[in-house]
Ligand binder design. Sequence first.
Ligand SMILES: [Zn+2]
Ligand SMILES: [Zn+2]
Length: 244
Amino acid sequence: MNHLLELSPNVYMIKGFTNVFVIAEETLTVIDTGIRGNEKRILKAIGELGRSPSEIENIIITHHHVDHVGAASRLSQLSGAKVCAHKDEVPYINGELQPLFFFHLSDLGICFWPLANMIWPFLTGRAKAGAAGVDVPLEDGQVLPPLGGLKVIHIPGHTPGTVCFYSPQRRLLFAGCAVQNWFGRLSLPHFSWDVDKTGESVRKLAKLDFEIMCIAHGPPILHDAAQRIGELSDKVQVIRAERG
Ligand SMILES: [Zn+2]
Ligand SMILES: [Zn+2]
Protein backbone atom coordinates (compact mmCIF):
# COMPACT_ATOMS: atom_id res chain seq x y z
CA MET A 1 0.00 0.00 0.00
CA ASN A 2 2.99 2.32 -0.23
CA HIS A 3 1.51 4.24 -3.16
CA LEU A 4 -1.55 5.00 -1.02
CA LEU A 5 -0.99 7.50 1.79
CA GLU A 6 -3.45 8.79 4.39
CA LEU A 7 -2.73 12.52 4.72
CA SER A 8 -5.54 13.38 7.11
CA PRO A 9 -8.40 11.21 8.45
CA ASN A 10 -10.31 9.81 5.44
CA VAL A 11 -8.15 11.73 2.97
CA TYR A 12 -5.87 9.56 0.84
CA MET A 13 -3.30 10.30 -1.82
CA ILE A 14 -2.58 7.87 -4.67
CA LYS A 15 0.95 8.86 -5.51
CA GLY A 16 1.85 9.29 -9.18
CA PHE A 17 3.13 11.72 -11.81
CA THR A 18 -0.21 13.39 -11.14
CA ASN A 19 -1.33 12.65 -7.59
CA VAL A 20 -4.93 11.55 -7.21
CA PHE A 21 -6.83 12.15 -3.96
CA VAL A 22 -9.66 10.12 -2.50
CA ILE A 23 -11.97 11.35 0.25
CA ALA A 24 -13.48 8.26 1.84
CA GLU A 25 -16.60 9.14 3.79
CA GLU A 26 -20.06 7.58 3.51
CA THR A 27 -19.51 7.94 -0.21
CA LEU A 28 -16.23 8.42 -2.06
CA THR A 29 -14.98 11.52 -3.84
CA VAL A 30 -12.06 11.30 -6.25
CA ILE A 31 -10.09 14.48 -6.98
CA ASP A 32 -8.38 14.37 -10.41
CA THR A 33 -7.78 11.08 -12.20
CA GLY A 34 -4.38 11.09 -13.91
CA ILE A 35 -3.91 10.05 -17.53
CA ARG A 36 -5.99 7.60 -19.50
CA GLY A 37 -5.65 4.11 -18.02
CA ASN A 38 -5.01 5.39 -14.49
CA GLU A 39 -8.53 4.32 -13.50
CA LYS A 40 -7.02 0.87 -12.82
CA ARG A 41 -4.74 2.27 -10.12
CA ILE A 42 -7.61 4.28 -8.62
CA LEU A 43 -9.91 1.25 -8.48
CA LYS A 44 -7.12 -0.86 -6.97
CA ALA A 45 -6.58 1.75 -4.25
CA ILE A 46 -10.31 1.91 -3.56
CA GLY A 47 -10.30 -1.88 -3.20
CA GLU A 48 -7.41 -1.62 -0.74
CA LEU A 49 -9.54 0.78 1.33
CA GLY A 50 -12.20 -1.95 1.45
CA ARG A 51 -14.59 0.09 -0.69
CA SER A 52 -16.24 -0.56 -4.03
CA PRO A 53 -16.31 1.49 -7.28
CA SER A 54 -20.08 2.05 -7.01
CA GLU A 55 -19.41 4.07 -3.83
CA ILE A 56 -17.67 6.80 -5.86
CA GLU A 57 -20.25 9.57 -6.04
CA ASN A 58 -18.24 12.38 -7.61
CA ILE A 59 -15.06 12.80 -9.62
CA ILE A 60 -14.01 16.41 -9.18
CA ILE A 61 -11.48 17.80 -11.60
CA THR A 62 -9.14 20.73 -10.93
CA HIS A 63 -8.65 21.56 -14.66
CA HIS A 64 -8.83 20.11 -18.15
CA HIS A 65 -5.24 18.95 -18.76
CA VAL A 66 -5.01 15.36 -19.85
CA ASP A 67 -2.90 14.28 -16.87
CA HIS A 68 -5.84 15.28 -14.62
CA VAL A 69 -8.90 14.38 -16.65
CA GLY A 70 -7.56 11.49 -18.78
CA ALA A 71 -9.12 8.67 -16.76
CA ALA A 72 -12.31 10.52 -15.78
CA SER A 73 -14.46 9.19 -18.58
CA ARG A 74 -13.59 5.52 -17.94
CA LEU A 75 -13.78 5.88 -14.15
CA SER A 76 -17.18 7.48 -14.47
CA GLN A 77 -18.40 4.65 -16.73
CA LEU A 78 -17.10 1.97 -14.37
CA SER A 79 -18.48 3.54 -11.20
CA GLY A 80 -21.49 5.60 -12.23
CA ALA A 81 -19.87 8.66 -10.62
CA LYS A 82 -20.58 12.19 -11.84
CA VAL A 83 -17.76 14.25 -13.34
CA CYS A 84 -17.60 17.79 -11.92
CA ALA A 85 -15.39 20.65 -13.16
CA HIS A 86 -15.47 24.43 -13.27
CA LYS A 87 -17.80 25.74 -15.98
CA ASP A 88 -14.92 27.45 -17.84
CA GLU A 89 -13.19 24.07 -18.29
CA VAL A 90 -16.23 22.26 -19.66
CA PRO A 91 -15.65 22.98 -23.40
CA TYR A 92 -12.05 21.75 -23.13
CA ILE A 93 -12.93 18.61 -21.18
CA ASN A 94 -15.82 17.83 -23.52
CA GLY A 95 -13.47 18.12 -26.50
CA GLU A 96 -15.20 21.16 -28.05
CA LEU A 97 -12.08 23.31 -27.68
CA GLN A 98 -8.40 22.41 -28.02
CA PRO A 99 -6.61 22.06 -24.69
CA LEU A 100 -4.67 25.14 -23.66
CA PHE A 101 -1.05 24.44 -23.24
CA PHE A 102 1.83 26.81 -22.67
CA PHE A 103 5.28 26.35 -21.29
CA HIS A 104 6.32 29.17 -19.04
CA LEU A 105 9.24 29.74 -16.81
CA SER A 106 6.70 31.19 -14.43
CA ASP A 107 9.17 32.92 -12.16
CA LEU A 108 10.42 34.96 -15.11
CA GLY A 109 7.21 35.08 -17.11
CA ILE A 110 8.87 33.69 -20.24
CA CYS A 111 6.75 31.57 -22.55
CA PHE A 112 8.37 28.91 -24.73
CA TRP A 113 6.10 28.79 -27.74
CA PRO A 114 8.23 26.48 -29.90
CA LEU A 115 8.22 23.74 -27.29
CA ALA A 116 4.50 24.15 -26.71
CA ASN A 117 3.89 23.83 -30.43
CA MET A 118 6.04 20.73 -30.71
CA ILE A 119 4.12 18.81 -28.08
CA TRP A 120 0.70 20.25 -28.88
CA PRO A 121 -0.41 17.50 -31.32
CA PHE A 122 0.57 14.79 -28.86
CA LEU A 123 -1.36 16.43 -26.05
CA THR A 124 -4.47 17.27 -28.03
CA GLY A 125 -4.65 13.74 -29.37
CA ARG A 126 -4.36 12.28 -25.90
CA ALA A 127 -6.87 14.73 -24.48
CA LYS A 128 -9.46 13.88 -27.09
CA ALA A 129 -8.99 10.18 -26.44
CA GLY A 130 -9.71 10.69 -22.76
CA ALA A 131 -12.39 13.34 -23.16
CA ALA A 132 -15.09 13.06 -20.55
CA GLY A 133 -18.55 14.55 -20.40
CA VAL A 134 -18.90 16.95 -17.50
CA ASP A 135 -22.10 16.18 -15.59
CA VAL A 136 -21.87 19.00 -13.06
CA PRO A 137 -20.37 22.40 -13.98
CA LEU A 138 -18.99 24.11 -10.87
CA GLU A 139 -18.97 27.78 -9.88
CA ASP A 140 -16.61 29.78 -7.69
CA GLY A 141 -17.75 29.71 -4.06
CA GLN A 142 -19.93 26.63 -4.46
CA VAL A 143 -19.70 24.30 -1.45
CA LEU A 144 -19.58 20.54 -2.07
CA PRO A 145 -20.56 18.04 0.67
CA PRO A 146 -17.19 16.31 1.51
CA LEU A 147 -15.16 17.13 4.64
CA GLY A 148 -17.83 19.25 6.28
CA GLY A 149 -18.00 21.55 3.25
CA LEU A 150 -15.51 21.66 0.42
CA LYS A 151 -15.45 25.08 -1.18
CA VAL A 152 -14.72 25.57 -4.89
CA ILE A 153 -12.14 28.33 -5.30
CA HIS A 154 -11.71 29.59 -8.84
CA ILE A 155 -8.07 30.48 -9.42
CA PRO A 156 -7.59 31.22 -13.14
CA GLY A 157 -4.02 31.20 -14.40
CA HIS A 158 -2.81 27.68 -15.10
CA THR A 159 -5.95 27.37 -17.26
CA PRO A 160 -9.05 29.65 -17.36
CA GLY A 161 -11.13 27.44 -15.09
CA THR A 162 -8.53 25.99 -12.74
CA VAL A 163 -9.97 25.45 -9.27
CA CYS A 164 -8.81 24.47 -5.80
CA PHE A 165 -11.00 22.71 -3.26
CA TYR A 166 -10.84 24.03 0.30
CA SER A 167 -12.09 22.54 3.56
CA PRO A 168 -12.06 25.26 6.28
CA GLN A 169 -13.18 22.70 8.87
CA ARG A 170 -10.18 20.46 8.19
CA ARG A 171 -7.85 23.35 7.29
CA LEU A 172 -6.96 21.48 4.15
CA LEU A 173 -6.51 22.69 0.58
CA PHE A 174 -6.52 20.56 -2.56
CA ALA A 175 -4.39 22.93 -4.61
CA GLY A 176 -4.36 21.02 -7.91
CA CYS A 177 -2.00 22.92 -10.21
CA ALA A 178 -2.24 26.32 -8.50
CA VAL A 179 1.32 25.51 -7.51
CA GLN A 180 3.66 22.60 -8.04
CA ASN A 181 6.10 21.00 -5.65
CA TRP A 182 8.45 18.92 -7.81
CA PHE A 183 11.20 17.48 -5.61
CA GLY A 184 9.84 19.54 -2.71
CA ARG A 185 10.52 22.87 -4.45
CA LEU A 186 7.32 24.92 -4.25
CA SER A 187 6.78 27.13 -7.30
CA LEU A 188 4.17 28.43 -9.68
CA PRO A 189 3.20 25.87 -12.34
CA HIS A 190 5.53 25.77 -15.36
CA PHE A 191 2.50 25.50 -17.63
CA SER A 192 0.33 28.58 -17.51
CA TRP A 193 -2.36 30.04 -19.73
CA ASP A 194 -1.91 33.42 -18.03
CA VAL A 195 1.17 33.79 -15.87
CA ASP A 196 0.05 37.08 -14.25
CA LYS A 197 -3.26 35.55 -13.22
CA THR A 198 -1.37 32.56 -11.80
CA GLY A 199 0.47 34.96 -9.48
CA GLU A 200 -2.76 36.73 -8.48
CA SER A 201 -4.38 33.38 -7.75
CA VAL A 202 -1.57 32.35 -5.41
CA ARG A 203 -2.04 35.65 -3.58
CA LYS A 204 -5.75 34.84 -3.20
CA LEU A 205 -4.89 31.41 -1.74
CA ALA A 206 -2.41 32.95 0.72
CA LYS A 207 -5.35 34.64 2.47
CA LEU A 208 -6.93 31.30 3.38
CA ASP A 209 -6.28 29.45 6.62
CA PHE A 210 -4.96 25.92 6.05
CA GLU A 211 -2.38 23.59 7.51
CA ILE A 212 -2.27 20.85 4.87
CA MET A 213 -1.95 21.30 1.13
CA CYS A 214 -2.48 18.43 -1.32
CA ILE A 215 -0.68 19.18 -4.59
CA ALA A 216 -1.11 17.50 -7.97
CA HIS A 217 2.61 17.37 -8.78
CA GLY A 218 5.09 16.67 -6.01
CA PRO A 219 4.73 15.79 -2.34
CA PRO A 220 1.99 17.30 -0.14
CA ILE A 221 2.81 19.94 2.48
CA LEU A 222 1.56 18.67 5.82
CA HIS A 223 2.39 21.62 8.10
CA ASP A 224 2.09 25.41 7.83
CA ALA A 225 1.06 25.15 4.18
CA ALA A 226 -0.66 28.56 4.08
CA GLN A 227 2.55 30.15 5.31
CA ARG A 228 4.50 28.44 2.52
CA ILE A 229 2.00 29.76 -0.03
CA GLY A 230 2.32 33.24 1.51
CA GLU A 231 6.12 33.10 1.13
CA LEU A 232 5.80 32.00 -2.49
CA SER A 233 3.29 34.75 -3.18
CA ASP A 234 5.65 37.37 -1.68
CA LYS A 235 8.51 36.07 -3.81
CA VAL A 236 6.36 36.24 -6.96
CA GLN A 237 5.32 39.85 -6.19
CA VAL A 238 8.96 40.89 -5.71
CA ILE A 239 10.01 39.32 -9.03
CA ARG A 240 7.04 40.94 -10.82
CA ALA A 241 7.91 44.35 -9.28
CA GLU A 242 11.56 44.04 -10.36
CA ARG A 243 10.45 43.13 -13.87
CA GLY A 244 8.17 46.18 -13.90
ZN1 LIG B 1 -2.26 21.31 -15.89
ZN1 LIG C 1 -0.78 18.40 -14.28
